[in-house]
Design a protein around this ligand. Structure first.
Ligand SMILES: [Zn+2]
Length: 107
């Protein structure tokens, strides 16, 4: 996937997830221990998403996962450690379901 394709996917999913009021920049990068990372500034509705494409053939799911973190951000901050795994699982399963639904609907 090229950088411009990634940006196009980001615009598309911002729209699908009703995140058009956010200023999201997305780029490929190298990450230590995850496939995606998002830095969020909720006050200005600004987010920076990094996607590591090394060995990742589910880039669109990773992108949607990271974008869903914007919706989860207000209740992610003070979340107890024991619930963080549940939140990650919920985001990941939702991202997968949404991407699957997109391609099922396009059949
Ligand atoms: Zn996550």
């Amino acid at each position: 996937m090229t950088n411009s394709q990634l940006k196009k996917f980001c615009k598309e999913w911002q729209k699908r997830l009703r995140l058009q009021d956010w200023n999201v920049s997305v780029a490929f990068g190298i990450l230590e221990d995850s496939t995606g990372l998002t830095k969020i500034n909720p006050n200005f509705k600004v987010a920076k998403v990094i996607i590591d494409e090394e060995g990742n053939n589910e880039l669109e799911i990773t992108l949607v996962h990271e974008l869903l973190h914007l919706h989860a951000d207000p209740f992610s901050q003070d979340l107890q450690e024991k619930y963080k795994t549940n939140l990650e699982a919920m985001i990941e399963l939702t991202a997968r379901a949404l991407v699957e639904a997109k391609y099922e609907n396009n059949k």
